[in-house]
Design a protein around this ligand. Structure first.
Ligand code: 6PG
Length: 476
């Protein structure tokens, strides 16, 4: 028997992907550096489908039908390179290596180029949905050649989550496009989680409510426009009680948010491309800030009473204000994320379809939400949309939310409750819609101290004022 596809690297994600493939009727060759994992997969789940276990890489490769398709599911970085180096000499022209880890798209571009020179396809593939997703249907974002997708597409589309009969998988674009889109997905995931966390914090401070009560508010929100996996699990986490202490779980967890780095990569890439993804950046920095325990302790001692007492008027109005502010801020974060994808696609000539990307995020992935169907619709109707904020439904929703958004951000500022992502999203919105920005003054200053020149509103050309001399304007 030969396998249609192989998986090497059988830690939980690889193992679950292999099981998902087998459950969907594919014969799967499986391999792991230490063979115990391969054995336990077959022992525990061998009855779920057809697995061809192999203990050596050579046997693993030999078990695959041609062109061979090998999924590599090991840690990003060095371990991925090590597995690729071991695989390449065993493969033949036309074979496909699929990296399903969270690799940096620049690494994927490098690997794709290197494998192409051996006549091999390298397919950097974003996979979202965590362990459960990998097993029951993730969102899959494959990059690499169109030719490789002819083999992989039917397999991946079958094992992916399905929404309205549409698989949450499509070919994103060449070389690093898939990993780039997965990176931005994770950046948006950071922003979404930060906004949710701020909403929780505001509700808690404003209402003096316990986590279990706030869980109920989120549960309610989950049946409206905010409906999403993250809102659903927020209710779950907030309602959870710590068995050891009987206290709310969220109160016994150390308030230091960790990160593996995909949010940071997103911000770094956006800086390179000049795309203001302020929501994702605030979220990433908020995680960093949370980890600076010494600075936090020092500041707490220095400024114990810097905020004012928070007096919420009508509780229901306040909850609705927070909901609208959350939705508006979330729209900003997604608008920025999609801007980022468009910029990456232009820079690297990937031809990424924004509506298509939203389509495959509707299910399977961590940011899956009702909302994404609206994004799909917006970009399908108008692929050159200047910003998601101006698409009809989004424009109306933001417009409706503006008074709430301003009240929440202003109240939070007065009370001294940090809401960096809410506040900076509102500032982004106001900056985008401003008639004039103080950027003009910055240009003036640059010209004053460094003769960096400026443009005028009334005439074409590049200008400089001789600030230190007679202050006449010249065209250098
Ligand atoms: C997903 C997740 C997944 C993982 C993140 C967590 O889409 O399934 O994004 O990739 O949970 O890597 O990232 P942090 O550790 O950086 O929060």
């Amino acid at each position: 028997a030969t396998a249609q596809i192989g998986v090497t690297g059988l830690a939980v994600m690889g193992r679950n992907l292999a099981r998902n493939l087998a459950r969907n009727g594919f014969t799967v060759a499986v391999h792991n550096r230490s063979p115990e994992r391969t054995r336990s997969l077959v022992d525990e789940h061998g009855d779920e489908g057809r697995f061809l276990p192999a203990e050596s890489m050579a046997d693993f490769v030999a078990a695959l039908e041609r062109p061979r398709a090998v999924i590599v599911m090991v840690k990003a970085g060095g371990p991925t390179d090590a597995v690729i180096d071991e695989l390449v000499p065993l493969l033949d022209s036309g074979d496909i290596v699929v990296d399903c880890g969270n690799a940096h798209f620049a690494d994927t571009r490098r690997r794709e180029e290197a494998l192409r020179s051996h006549g091999l396809h390298f397919v950097g593939t974003g996979v979202s949905g965590g362990e459960e997703g990998a097993l029951h249907g993730p969102s899959i974002m494959p990059g690499g050649s169109a030719e490789s997708y002819r083999k992989l597409g039917p397999i991946f589309e079958k094992i992916a989550a399905q929404v309205d009969g549409v698989p949450c998988c499509r070919h994103i674009g060449p070389d690093g496009a898939g990993h780039f889109v997965k990176m931005v997905h994770n950046g948006i995931e950071y922003a979404d989680m930060q906004l949710i966390a701020e909403a929780y914090d505001l509700l808690r401070a404003g209402l003096s409510a316990e986590p279990a009560e706030i869980a109920e508010i989120f549960r309610g929100w989950n049946s409206g426009e905010l409906e999403s996996f993250l809102i659903e699990i927020t209710a779950d986490v907030l309602a959870h009680t710590d068995a050891a202490t009987g206290r709310a779980f969220v109160d016994v967890v150390l308030d230091r948010a960790e990160q593996k780095g995909t949010g940071r990569w997103t911000v770094q890439s956006a800086l390179d491309l000049g795309i203001p993804i302020t929501g994702i950046a605030e979220a990433t920095f908020a995680r960093s800030l949370s980890g600076h325990a010494d600075q936090r302790a020092a500041a707490r001692r220095a400024f114990p009473d810097a905020g004012e007492r928070w007096q919420v008027g009508d509780r229901e109005t306040f909850v609705e204000d927070v909901r609208r502010a959350l939705l508006a801020s979330k729209i900003v974060a997604y608008a920025q994320g999609f801007d980022h994808i468009r910029a990456g696609s232009r820079e690297y000539d990937w031809g990424i379809d924004l509506g298509g990307t939203a389509t495959i995020w509707r299910g399977g992935c961590i940011i899956r939400a009702r909302f994404l169907d609206r994004i799909r619709q917006a970009y399908d109707e108008q692929p050159e949309l200047p910003t998601l904020l101006v698409a009809p439904w989004f424009a109306d929703t933001v417009d409706d939310g503006v008074p709430s958004w301003r009240r929440v951000v202003a109240d939070a500022a007065r009370a001294g409750v940090p809401a960096p992502a809410f506040a900076s999203s509102l500032a982004y919105f106001d900056a985008l819609r401003a008639e004039r920005l103080p950027a003009a003054l910055i240009q003036g200053l640059r010209d004053n101290f460094g003769a960096h020149t400026y443009h005028r509103v009334d005439r074409d050309g590049t200008f400089h004022t001789r600030w230190a001399a007679d202050r006449t304007e010249v065209q250098p």
